[in-house]
Write a protein of this length. Structure first.
Length: 135
């Protein structure tokens, strides 16, 4: 942004300097009034043509840079979208893996509880049989 301001300032300075220099040179040159007016108008016409040319170049450059920035922004947005999609897929896969692992742990814990319960039930049954034989 600063280079745009510098370029604009330089162009304005060059144009103003050209006008002032041309008018000063013409005013101090020993010429007749009609010839002097003609030279001043010719100088003004040349400055106008140069200004139009410079403005066209600045406009073309600005359009080209704006298109480049637009293309780069589109590419960056596409890249960010792809990265976000990959991150979401990765999180979903990891969540599925963790859910599967949690399910396995829960099954193992249930099996252990069932085994412990069966063992405890057998011990109680054995103790009850012993008590019946004692009585």
């Amino acid at each position: 942004m600063a280079s745009s301001k510098q370029t604009k300032g330089f162009l304005l300075g060059a144009i103003a300097g050209g006008i002032i220099g041309s008018v000063t040179a013409l005013l101090f040159a020993p010429k007749a009034g009609k010839e002097l007016r003609h030279d001043i108008s010719e100088g003004a016409r040349r400055v106008q043509e140069q200004t139009v040319r410079a403005a066209g170049q600045v406009s073309d450059t600005t359009v080209r840079i704006a298109k480049q920035i637009g293309n780069q922004a589109t590419e960056l947005a596409d890249t960010a979208k792809a990265a976000a999609g990959a991150a979401v897929s990765s999180v979903r896969e990891r969540r599925a893996e963790l859910a599967g692992a949690a399910h396995e742990v829960a099954d193992e814990a249930a099996d252990e509880v069932t085994d412990s319960f069966e063992e405890a039930a057998e011990e109680v049954f054995e103790d009850a049989k012993e008590l019946q034989t004692i009585n």
